[in-house]
Write a protein that binds this ligand. Structure first.
Ligand SMILES: *Cc1c(COP(=O)(O)O)cnc(C)c1O
Length: 361
């Protein structure tokens, strides 16, 4: 049998999904804290909207997504021509990369940041340029600026950053955008914006309004709790938005996803309470860990970053014995989602064991 002639994809890492709870296991029931999901079940109004749309699944979704587009345009005071929907904001990032960068063009982002960035860049045939985070786990915007070349088409700024939870400040972003060439697109990926309480951190929408080369990516997966439905969107300059639609996955946002997203936007007060609860839990866990002597980067997202270096995998195994599945990056650290109270209590206990085992110095 002769091998198929495929593209050379050997440079693209496989996507590692957050570890799922095993079907059966001994020990405490595992909490999946590896994908930054919302621990709450869908709101009743969302389930009702899904039930209402279920009878239509023999039809293709309406590609214009008029209801969802109208809701979002009203909320952000933008034109439909400036709004693009995608099958999760992962697809939005993919559209942004493929609309701006082709073979040999460069996409600049911080590292470590969202795992999908290098994969999506390589899949587009473009070249990822990874700019190391600062020693305190933050974007180094000066170094990112210095990394921009003639070949740079896109810069991704993940704020708050996945997996470290850190933010850029308005001053840093102002200085950065003041120097980025005007024909280079800057994307602010705000997957966790609803959890960000940092007084000096920028809101992407303000920058989208002021800078003609800025786009913002948002998702319904995290604060809105619709990760399983796959819906995200970008606010983008008209010219870029039109290009994104050309490379978008056809029918990428299902009618179910549209209906649930609209219902969520209309139930925002209820969802905001849930987010507030998770933020309070984040504060509680952060304080308990500080009392144990942990010095973790200040997080503005629904997760914590444990910079454990060479102890990462051993510490992740220790968390697993406490029934906690985390997202480890060997040699660097692991990310733990803030979830239900019981899971967070277990995180505090597991962190204590990791310290007692001498896995943090
Ligand atoms: C989770 C996440 C996304 C979005 O995921 P979707 O489920 O595809 O909307 C985008 N960017 C970052 C940084 C994320 O962590």
């Amino acid at each position: 049998m002769s091998p198929l002639r495929l593209r050379d994809l050997s440079g693209i890492p496989d996507y590692k999904p957050g570890k799922a709870a095993p079907a059966s296991s001994r020990g405490p029931a595992p909490f999946k804290l590896s994908s930054n999901e919302n621990p709450y079940p869908p709101l009743r109004s969302v389930t009702e909207a899904l039930n209402g749309s279920a009878a239509l699944v023999n039809r293709y979704p309406e590609t214009a997504a008029s209801d969802l587009t109208r809701e979002l345009c009203t909320r952000f005071a933008v034109e439909p021509a400036q709004l693009v929907l995608g099958s999760g904001s992962v697809e939005i990032v993919s559209q942004l990369i493929r609309a701006t960068a082709g073979e040999g063009d460069e996409v600049v982002f911080a590292w470590r940041s969202f795992e999908a960035y290098p994969m999506l860049t390589l899949a587009a045939g473009a070249v990822p340029v990874r700019v190391p985070l600062t020693a305190d786990h933050r974007h180094d915007l000066d170094a990112m600026l210095a990394a921009i070349t003639e070949r740079t088409r896109l810069v991704l700024v993940c704020n708050p950053n996945n997996p470290t939870g850190t933010v850029v400040t308005r001053d840093e972003l102002d200085r950065f955008l003041g120097q980025v060439p005007p024909d280079v697109t800057v994307v602010i990926d705000e997957a966790y914006v609803q959890f960000n309480r940092h007084a000096d951190s920028p809101q992407g929408i303000d920058y989208f309004r002021r800078h003609p080369n800025v786009a913002v990516a948002h998702t319904f997966s995290k604060a809105y709790g619709l990760a399983g439905l796959r819906v995200g969107y970008a606010l983008a300059p008209v010219q870029l938005a039109a290009a994104m639609r050309k490379v978008a996955l056809p029918f990428g946002v299902t009618a179910l996803a549209q209906a649930a997203a609209v219902a969520s936007l209309r139930a925002e007060d209820e969802l905001a309470e849930r987010v507030e609860h998770l933020v309070r839990e984040r504060t509680r866990v952060t304080r308990a860990l500080a009392e144990q002597g942990w010095r973790l980067p200040r997080t503005e997202a629904n997760f914590l970053w444990f910079p454990l270096g060479g102890h990462t995998m051993a510490a992740a195994a220790e968390f697993e014995t406490h029934g906690l599945l985390v997202r480890p990056f060997a040699g660097e650290g692991f990310r733990v989602t803030i979830a239900e109270v019981e899971a967070n209590d277990a995180v505090i206990k597991a962190a204590r064991s990791v310290r007692d085992a001498g896995l943090y110095d």
